[in-house]
Design a protein around this ligand. Structure first.
Ligand SMILES: Nc1ncnc2c1ncn2[C@@H]1O[C@H](COP(=O)(O)OP(=O)(O)O)[C@@H](O)[C@H]1O
Ligand SMILES: [Mg+2]
Length: 387
């Protein structure tokens, strides 16, 4: 059984997992598959490799919805019955939209957007990217013209950042440090050293010597204006977080067979459960094939390869080298099986496990994505042993 049912019974599929395991690839393959089967699909992607972006028609790297042109499918001999659009998430722009929406008036919004601290923070604050991915999902979900939205998630080293992001965002706007700044700034419109403790004033004076006098004002102005958004923002973060618990939303945990990625996948599944979110499936991506032990005896192999070798290569040594390479490959493949079994044991029955083989080449064009999709949907399975 594959992910076909998950695609059919949810309107949102979120692909999560640690960095580099194949989230973007999985998201693109699932979106493409559902579109080929007749759905109207939006793939919200975060960091597609350039070649993947190109093959999805995102060549210009814009952040608006882009229709993946039907002829791209035809060229590859693929039939597109539905519709596929892809959109690259732009953290900063999503954040800007949010500021415009929740500022009490346009002047405040403009002041925030122009503020240096905001400009810095909106691009680089930890968790911002995760939160904005959720935020974007929240807003595109309102658009009923999509049958399915597939969300790729940021390339964080820690998949958990994703879950905590909405809450962290809500807490940030409500933190003692923020309030402290506001109190010191309020009223005079200038930063008042009298209102903060002596130690802090000393520290801040030192700081402003290095950063120029305007710096603290810039920070304080930002925080005060940003305070204006608190109510709306906090509520929004809670809403976004609740959103993820909807039965309409499926989580697909993507992992590689690497033990560390597996540990994180197991941990992440546990966190989803604790947070009462759905855990619908695991994708174990990049499983290496297990080749069988050669059935022929070594002498027969030597005799078989000898005629194909140049004169200066000793067939016995060549077979020896092939043997060692095969042993290495088998060891790695067996290690992958052990990891896959460990995942099943730890995460338990009742969840769906799907394996995608390791391909010789990077997965970046529609043909390769369609191939990945065949494994994701269970149409193809990784063979246990290749004879
Ligand atoms: N099954 C696979 N076999 C071979 N290469 C793969 C496979 N899955 C993904 N890749 C390649 O690995 C790289 C990382 O994949 P990506 O989907 O971008 O990971 P993530 O989004 O989790 O960081 C990409 O270059 C992709 O083409
Ligand atoms: Mg990615």
């Amino acid at each position: 059984m594959g992910l076909e049912d998950v695609l059919d019974s949810h309107r949102v599929v979120v692909c999560v997992g640690s960095g580099g395991v194949g989230k973007t690839t999985t998201a693109a393959a699932l979106a493409m598959h559902a579109a080929m089967r007749g759905k109207r699909v939006l793939c919200l992607t975060i960091d597609p490799a350039r070649r993947l972006a190109n093959s999805l028609g995102l060549a210009e790297m814009t952040t608006d919805e882009q229709v993946v042109p039907a002829p791209l499918f035809e060229e590859k001999g693929l039939v597109l019955e539905g519709h596929l659009s892809a959109m690259m998430l732009d953290t900063k722009r999503t954040f800007d939209d949010l500021v415009r929406r929740y500022a009490s008036n346009p002047e405040v919004a403009e002041r925030i957007l122009k503020n240096k601290v905001y400009r810095y923070m909106s691009g680089s604050l930890a968790g911002t990217q995760e939160y904005m991915a959720m935020e974007k999902l929240h807003s595109v979900r309102q658009d009923k013209s999509w049958d399915l939205i597939v969300l790729d998630t940021p390339p964080t080293s820690n998949a958990l950042d994703f879950l905590d992001a909405p809450e962290r965002m809500a807490n940030l706007v409500d933190s003692p440090a923020m309030r402290w700044f506001i109190e010191a700034f309020e009223g005079s419109g200038k930063f008042s050293f009298n209102l903060v403790g002596k130690g802090a004033a000393f520290l801040l004076r030192g700081l402003s010597r290095f950063t120029g006098t305007g710096f603290l004002e810039v920070v304080a102005e930002f925080i005060t204006d940003f305070n204006d958004l608190f109510g709306g923002f906090r509520q929004r973060a809670i809403q976004v977080s609740d959103d993820l618990r909807s039965p309409e939303v499926a989580f697909v945990i993507v992992t590689s067979p690497n033990p560390l990625a597996m540990d994180e996948a197991i941990f992440f599944a546990e966190r989803l459960r604790e947070a009462s979110m759905n855990r619908d499936a695991f994708v174990i991506n990049g499983v290496r094939p297990l080749f069988a032990e050669p059935s022929a005896p070594p002498e027969a192999l030597v005799a078989a390869v000898a005629p194909h070798l140049p004169d200066d290569v000793d067939p016995k040594r060549a077979v020896g080298r092939m043997r060692r390479a095969l042993d290495d490959a088998r060891t790695r493949a067996i290690a992958d099986r052990v990891q896959a079994d460990r995942l099943r044991q730890r995460a338990g029955d009742g969840l769906l496990y799907v394996e995608v083989p390791h391909f010789e080449q990077d997965v970046y064009d529609l043909t390769a994505l369609a191939d990945v999709a065949r494994y994701l949907t269970g149409e193809a399975t990784v063979p246990t042993v290749i004879a």
